[in-house]
Design a protein around this ligand. Structure first.
Ligand code: TRP
Length: 516
């Protein structure tokens, strides 16, 4: 069967940007920056995008376009065509190293997974890495959809005019912010209320996917991405004109040396991969639909720039308000849900803008969750055909959907506390050691984004940089007939040296093997 292709380069860029720009930029980036030292985090983040994220993104697009397979066959094929027998043993060794690092953190479940990886990687090579990417993507979708559900609820609240709790009507923004923070805490503590939003979000994601790639994703992103930026600018305009906003801008843009720690770098690195959708099969999957006549360097550059702009704009929209209303910048995952209602409350036609804003966030989240489910579905479609005919799209989507929904329920019922599932809570705490973060959503996020993603990205960089080698791979970065010299060479250097060494150093520092 011939695979579908993107109809145009701009369509590919917008769809990739649509998958990259999502809750990671608008919900996660601000609270991660708030928890990890503001300007310092932002600076480290931007450097990581340029020197580690973009080279890996090009590598993933290359793998996809060259092999035109799902992630599992693609990884296996690149390993085979690189003719390297040692690559899989390097991968096993890395996995063993991860097991040791997890053991020092007493995270026994990850230790077990990493040990299983040692054997599987040695036996089956890089196609196992493809499975890891797929599983990580589905795990991320499981809690991503929970946040998506919060957004659905906030749209409902804005539409019914109850975004700002009754009691707070007509009082100062500071009071409004306090009440909305309490209201948010009460909301996530009642799983039955969270459940319907989560259900709606998953249902929309599944429904979108059944339409096929071109019809659904490409058309929608073309219209909605520009709208998203416009609405962000509206919120920024209000936020920076609140009294006391200047402090927030300074917090976001002024790096300080004391805030700099290896942990900040690990968090920034994890956030780069999360935000650019790397290490999760998706960029490989999208690349596999990309025509030979498109230039990968240009596409990756655009996606990186758009994604980083979206994150910075979100930071600019939120931090001035956070400081103006006296919230703590390190409020964690609830940051935007505490701060934004107070901003909208001071706006003319507040509920209208609030509804628009949360709707835009919903669309951004859906384009991302569709992409996340897409990579699972592509794998299932192309791998489940053994025995009889190829798996149907419908079955594949339903399998991915069911897996994520089940896993997501665990996050829904444990976001505030484990009151509903006490023994599972104790088990999670015992299994995850130092990676444990109080509830399942944050724990899974911590494990998946800060450890699994850098690991898969590191392995991809090693595969392309050392086994396949830039000498063979680089010419494919360009469209047919183009002849650029410097950039492909720079990419080769980055993917071979800078990305892998950078990620390895961060791992070593954070797990305490290199004292700082
Ligand atoms: N990058 C997306 C965001 O910023 C989230 C995401 C992570 C994602 N992994 C993905 C989206 C894979 C699509 C595919 O919100």
């Amino acid at each position: 069967m011939t695979r579908e292709n993107w109809t145009s380069s701009i369509g590919f860029i917008l769809a990739s940007a649509g998958s990259a720009i999502g809750l990671g930029n608008i919900w996660k980036f601000p609270y991660m920056a708030g928890e990890n030292g503001g300007g310092t985090f932002v600076l480290v983040y931007v450097l990581c995008v340029a020197f580690i994220g973009l080279p890996v993104m090009c590598a993933e697009m290359l793998i996809g376009r060259h092999t035109r397979r799902n992630i599992i066959n693609a990884m296996g094929k690149v390993e085979r065509l690189s003719g390297s027998v040692g690559a899989r043993f390097v991968l096993s060794t890395l996995s063993a190293g991860m097991a040791v690092a997890f053991a020092t953190m007493e995270a026994w479940l990850p230790v077990a997974l990493a040990l299983a990886g040692v054997f599987l990687f040695a036996k089956k090579g890089f196609s196992v890495l493809g499975w890891v990417c797929t599983v990580v993507a589905l795990a991320i979708l499981s809690y991503y959809a929970v946040i998506g559900g919060w957004i659905v609820e906030y749209i409902r609240l804005a539409l019914t005019g109850t975004l700002v709790p009754e009691a707070a009507g007509g009082v100062a923004a500071v009071e409004v912010a306090k009440t909305s923070q309490t209201a948010f805490a009460a909301y996530v503590a009642s799983p039955w209320r969270v459940l319907w939003g989560f259900g709606v979000f998953m249902a929309v994601t599944g429904a979108m996917l059944l339409g096929g790639i071109r019809a659904g994703i490409e058309r929608m992103s073309k219209i909605l991405m520009p709208l998203l930026f416009v609405l962000l600018l509206v919120v920024i305009a209000r936020s920076v004109t609140l009294p006391g906003a200047g402090e927030g801008i300074a917090f976001l843009l002024r790096p300080t040396l004391d805030a700099f720690t290896p942990k900040v770098v690990l968090m920034a690195l994890g956030q780069v991969f999360f935000s650019l959708s790397l290490g999760m099969a998706i960029t490989v999957t999208y690349g596999s639909y990309l025509h030979k006549e498109h230039n990968i360097l240009r596409a990756a550059g655009w996606v990186g720039v758009l994604d980083t702009c979206a994150a910075l704009l979100a930071g600019l929209a939120i931090f001035p308000a956070v400081f103006a209303v006296g919230l703590s910048p390190s409020a964690g995952p609830g940051l935007i849900f505490g701060a934004l209602p107070a901003v909208f409350d001071t706006m003319w036609w507040g509920p209208f803008w609030a509804a628009c804003f949360f709707f835009m966030l919903f669309i951004a989240a859906v384009t991302s969750s569709v992409a996340l489910l897409e990579c699972g579905a592509t794998v299932f479609i192309e791998r489940l055909r053994r025995g009889h005919k190829r798996g149907s799209r419908r079955t594949a989507v339903l399998i991915g959907f069911a897996l994520c929904t089940l896993m997501g329920l665990l996050s829904v019922f444990s976001t505030a506390d484990w009151g509903h599932l006490p023994w599972l809570g104790r088990a999670a705490e015992a299994c995850m050691g130092d990676l444990y973060r109080g509830n399942w959503l944050d724990t899974l996020d911590n494990f998946a984004s800060n450890w699994c993603l850098p690991f898969t990205a590191l392995s991809t960089a090693l595969l392309v940089g050392w086994a396949w080698t830039p000498r063979r791979a680089a010419p494919e970065l360009l469209a047919a007939g183009e002849d650029w010299r410097a950039l492909p060479a720079l990419w080769g250097f980055l993917v071979r040296w800078v990305s892998p060494v950078g990620i390895l150093l961060v791992f070593l520092y954070v797990s305490g093997f290199l004292g700082l």
